[in-house]
Structure formats: C-alpha cells, structure tokens
Design a protein around this ligand. Sequence first.
Ligand SMILES: NC(=O)c1ccc[n+]([C@@H]2O[C@H](COP(=O)([O-])OP(=O)(O)OC[C@H]3O[C@@H](n4cnc5c(N)ncnc54)[C@H](O)[C@@H]3O)[C@@H](O)[C@H]2O)c1
Length: 305
Amino acid sequence: MGSGIAQVFASAGLPCRIYDPLQQSRESVRSRVATGCELLGVDVDDVLSRIEVVDDLRSACDAATLIIEAGPESIAVKHAIFSELSEVAPSTSILASNTSAIPIGTIAEAVANPTRVVGTHFWNPPYLVALVEVVQSSATSPDVVQKTMQILSSAHMVPVHVKVDVPGFVGNRMQHALKREAIALVANGVCSAETVDLVVRHGFGRRLALVGPLEQADLGGTDLTLAIHEILMPDIDSTPVPHPYLVAMVERGDLGAKSGRGFFEWPSGDAQRRRAEINQGLVDQSQDTSSSTVEAGHPTGGPAS
Ligand SMILES: NC(=O)c1ccc[n+]([C@@H]2O[C@H](COP(=O)([O-])OP(=O)(O)OC[C@H]3O[C@@H](n4cnc5c(N)ncnc54)[C@H](O)[C@@H]3O)[C@@H](O)[C@H]2O)c1
C-alpha cells in the first residue's frame, strides 16, 4: 500500500519520501510504482522523480506536511512506529495511519500529542480506487481532519470524513455485512458461491458505482425500504461472531487463491489472471468520465442532512 499511496501523491505533483526498514522492500518501490504507472499509461520517470526512498524514519519525516504510516497491521508495530514519529517528526506534521481495523485512538496512545493523529484509510490499489476514509478519533483536532481532506483532494482522491472511530470505519463495515450474508446464504444451501457472486456482479453491483444504497432508497421510496426491512430483517443473518462455515473452511486449509481452494477452485495462475483483469476493469472504470460526473455531484444539490 505504501508505494501505491506514494504513487498517488507523486502523480499529482507532490514530492514524497518512503521509509521502509526492509532493504528488499525499499529496493522494490521503483518497480512497484512503475507497474502502477504503466497500468495507467502515465510517465513512470516523471512520477518516480518525485519519490525518494530513504532508510531512516527521521529523514523521511523531515519537513513533511503529512506522514502516512502503512506498516504491518499489528498494534505493537503501529505503536512502535508512532512512538518514534512522535519524537522525530516535526511538531506540525499530521500523523496518519492507513490501518484497516485498529482504532485510531488506540494508535494515538503512543503519541505525545494525539490531536494530530488521524486515520487515512486508502483502498487497494490506491491509484485506481479514489476513496480515502479520513477517520477522526475522539482526540483528533478538527483542523487536522480538514487539512488532511484538503491534501487528499489536491491529490485527486475522494476523501470522506468518518466522524466516529468505529471498527471497520464505514467501507469495511458495509463490505463485511454483505460478506456475512453471502456466507450465510451458501452455508444454508440457498445458492452456490457462484450464484452469490453472479447476483452481485450482474445485479445490484452494476448500479453501485453510480448510485449508493441510500440515494437508491430515496429513489425507490423510504416507505418501500421499510416494507422490505419489515420482512427481511428478522431473517437476515445477524450472527455476532464469524460464521461457523467460514471458521471450518479456514481450519481445513481452504484459504482461497493462496491454497488452491476457497469458495472456488484456484488452479495455478488463475488468481494472477483475475487480479490483472480486475485492475484493468478499474482502469477502464476510472477513465469513464460519465461515472465520475454522477459521483461528483448529488443530483439534487446535496444530502438532506
Ligand atoms: N493491502 C490492502 O488491501 C490494504 C487496504 C487498506 C489498508 N491496508 C492497511 O495498510 C497497511 C499496510 O498493508 P500492506 O498490505 O501494504 O502490508 P505489507 O505487509 O504489504 O507492507 C507493510 C510494509 O511495512 C514495512 N514495515 C515493517 N515494519 C515497519 C516499520 N517498523 N516501519 C515502517 N515500515 C515497516 C514492511 O517492510 C512492508 O514493506 C496495514 O495497516 C493494512 O491493514 C491494507
């Protein structure tokens, strides 16, 4: 994620530095950025000219306006990184974490001044998926949130303000609510895994990039949504723990593409081919100006509240 995030800023003309303690990771930054630039058809050398790879955290932070941590998803590692950042970063730098799940307030415990710690949750790959959830902990200063959103907008991203530091923020909560029901449908024999994915991809998924669930509810009528919820809500899966079907899969080693079998069979090479297809689809989608126009402005001029 770190090299993809650097690519986003460098592509927008903003100079950045990357620090990684592993030499192998530092050495692979250029080729990873080059792969992303080639996919988008942008000038690799131009983008790379604004990315400097360094081998110590202090020089990476020197004069930085915004520092984004994208280290391993471990509280201990994040605490170690933020504790060091608290000492070596300029006092005016915003300290951001790309964590997927760790509360921002927990990460900020390692920092002397937690008002400058904010979540910046990018999606993978950041140069193809524009959303960034800007997560405010109970300690984050509103100015830090606003400045972070401004910087992300200037890098052509789509920042959204998450006002409460809830696990999974907004995107992953919705994504995993859908996954919970998808797994329950398969576990209960309602349909196959293939059918679940076809229903999403060829059904409501086709609309999702153009109209979100709440605008869709308004278009259909909130009374219709209520009528449907009265029937569905008692029946939809609400298990408060991971579904036993998923737990059993993991216990028997059906880990998906990396083990050759998950909900689907994964012969060698298939995962790489699918990832390439998905990335190409995202490139095509991001170059389709009609969808970005719909996304840019609410048709009636803004939300009701
Ligand atoms: N991969 C995704 O789809 C995705 C999406 C959104 C958010 N995230 C989050 O982004 C973060 C990074 O995820 P990733 O998939 O890029 O992980 P990764 O394991 O691919 O990369 C982590 C990098 O951190 C480096 N590192 C290790 N210790 C470090 C330290 N002390 N200081 C600085 N760097 C250190 C590693 O060498 C490695 O290059 C995680 O918090 C993850 O949850 C990942």
